[in-house]
Ligand binder design. Structure first.
Ligand SMILES: [Zn+2]
Length: 162
């Protein structure tokens, strides 16, 4: 089973998306990150659909709202609630990257996996990553493709500086 990766704002601010093929999040996280981080790489990832923005279902939102009342976790923001609801929409087959202790507590009660952003950031991981760029129209691909799907041009490997 491949777990879906869900990011909260802290995970994007730590730049962790470069370690995953695909990450999921909600619109309010994107809005918060856009205010605080250099736009270039982030928007490239959005455009390449490396970051997928989804709206959680109202069923899941209601389930989370009633749970936080039960747990008295009133510090959860609207963004946090949407993150948990999105994890529920994935039938719990997801892992949420967050450092927020209240958010982690709610996830624990729902049987959803989570991991701390700070811990993950400390792991030894390569600082450079490769992308593939069309020599003709300069479209960026995160996974190898023999030819550009937009113009058919040759694709070369490039170091993607973070
Ligand atoms: Zn091209």
């Amino acid at each position: 089973m491949l777990l879906k990766i869900i990011f909260d704002t802290a995970a994007f601010l730590a730049g962790l998306e470069k370690y995953f093929d695909k990450v999921y999040t909600v619109q309010s996280v994107i809005d918060e990150v856009k205010d605080q981080r250099s736009k270039e790489i982030f928007e490239l990832s959005l455009a390449a659909q490396k970051i997928i923005v989804l709206q959680p279902s109202s069923n899941s939102l209601n389930e989370v709202l009633s749970l936080i009342k039960k747990l008295s976790e009133y510090t959860l923001s609207k963004t946090d609630i949407e993150i948990v609801a999105l994890a529920l929409d994935f039938k719990r087959e997801s892992i949420v990257y967050t450092d927020d202790l209240s958010l982690q507590n709610v996830l624990k009660h729902l049987g959803i996996n989570y991991e701390s952003v700070k811990l993950r950031g400390k792991l030894k991981v390569p600082i450079t990553q490769f992308v593939y760029e069309c020599v003709n129209c300069h479209t960026i691909y995160f996974n190898y493709v023999p030819y550009c799907s937009k113009c058919g041009g040759r694709v070369i490997k490039k170091v993607f500086k973070h």
